[in-house]
Design a protein around this ligand. Structure first.
Ligand code: NAD
Ligand code: UD1
Length: 333
């Protein structure tokens, strides 16, 4: 198939493009490089040994979007393009609503116009918010989200539900990611955040590499086994594979509207993650215990049964492989 991948130069998108190419699909990437580098494209091509077609532009730009659909017979779209910093979204909510929500609407309008009705959307476990408790399953209520970034994901999910309700000829799959970490094992692709990282894994690896002096652990007084927050970390290569499984299912079944968690179903605390990273890297991670971060939930992990049953998706890689590949990426870049 010919797959349009918006945000295909980004962290998760780039790993997914490699797997799409490996599986024999053609890939059209649409990215404005606002949070990625253009050299990612040649790295994707190097790993896969195949070319991709690239359009540089903004998903809100109707003229470029329509040109892409005119010039390419697109069979399905995987929509990664979006902004993802929680703290930035709190400071500049309109930028997030404009980029993420308006971007998704512009994409769906163009898809509708060109009669392309297969869409996979990158959502987040953040949509479960505070209304439910781990393990989160897809039938649990969503929407009690405490930041604008998370609300963009929730709003887009609701928009997609409305699109499908109005026209069931669409095939829409929403994937709710838990905490993606890790990198491609050859260290050509990985997460490269601008400035000081917000997320734990790039922070730990930059402390290990002595780029940052000290990690602050946000709270050790939670009701968890060691007092620090528990998350469901998933290797980005496993996560990328979840998109291929979702695509297969979409094509072979009669589609419809589906939502799947992509996680491992297993939670690790912040301290356990630090220890796992120290073990594989041989580096000491300097850390101190600080206050809780506003908006953090104590325990987040996935119920993975639905993705396992419907998609045949099961994450393969454990926490040590996630840390090994992150460290390898950090050392080589
Ligand atoms: P990323 O920032 O590495 O990749 C996003 C890509 O989209 C970047 O290459 C960026 O340049 C591009 N982009 C952003 N806005 C654009 C626009 N208006 N037009 C064109 N391109 C644009 O992020 P990622 O970690 O790969 O995340 C991919 C998607 O998954 C995002 O939608 C994100 O919200 C979602 N997600 C990520 C995580 C995570 O922890 N990484 C968790 C849950 C959901
Ligand atoms: C965060 C976002 C979530 C988003 C996801 C991916 C919040 C509340 N949630 O998830 O919406 O989808 O990133 O972008 O921001 N930690 C530290 N020290 C640090 C950084 C993190 O102790 O310097 C802890 C946090 O308290 C948390 C865990 O590490 O318990 C994971 O944090 P992080 O990587 O930011 O992911 P989430 O908060 O789970």
């Amino acid at each position: 198939m010919n797959i349009l991948v918006t945000g295909g130069a980004g962290y998760i998108g780039s790993h997914t493009c490699v797997q799409l190419l490996d599986a024999g699909h053609k890939v059209v990437i649409f990215d404005n490089f606002c949070n990625s580098h253009s050299n990612v494209i040649s790295r994707i091509e190097k790993i896969a040994g195949k070319k991709v077609k690239l359009y540089v532009g903004d998903i809100r730009d109707k003229s470029v979007l329509e040109r892409i659909f005119c010039e390419n017979q697109i069979d399905a779209v995987i929509h990664f393009a979006g902004l993802k910093s929680v703290s930035e979204s709190v400071k500049s909510p309109l930028i997030y609503y404009d980029n993420n929500v308006m971007g998704a609407v512009a994409l769906c309008l163009a898809m509708q116009k060109f009669n392309v009705r297969r869409l996979i959307f990158s959502s987040s476990a953040t949509v479960y918010g505070t209304a439910a408790e781990a393990p989160y399953d897809e039938s649990m209520p969503t929407g009690s989200v405490c930041n604008p970034y998370g609300r963009t994901k929730y709003f887009i999910e609701e928009i997609l539900k409305d699109i499908f309700a109005a026209d069931p000829a669409w095939y829409i799959t929403i994937l709710r990611y838990f905490n993606p970490i890790g990198a491609h094992e050859n260290a050509l692709l990985g997460e490269d955040p601008c400035g000081i990282p917000n997320n734990i894994m790039p922070y730990i690896s930059q402390v290990a590499a002595k780029k940052l002096p000290l990690l602050t652990v946000f709270g050790n007084d939670y009701n968890t086994h060691d007092g620090t927050c528990v998350r469901d970390y998933i290797h980005v290569v496993d996560l990328a594979n979840g998109h291929l499984k979702a695509l297969e299912k979409m094509v072979h079944n009669n589609g419809g509207f589906n939502i799947y968690n992509l996680g491992t179903g297993k939670g690790y605390s912040v301290l356990e993650l630090i220890r796992a990273f120290e073990k594989v890297s041989g580096q000491k991670i300097n850390y101190k215990i600080g206050p809780r971060r506003a908006g953090d939930l104590p325990i987040v992990f996935a119920d993975t049964k639905k993705a396992e049953k419907d998609l045949g998706f099961k994450a393969k890689f454990g926490i040590e492989k996630m840390c090994t590949d992150t460290w390898n990426w950090q050392k080589n870049n």
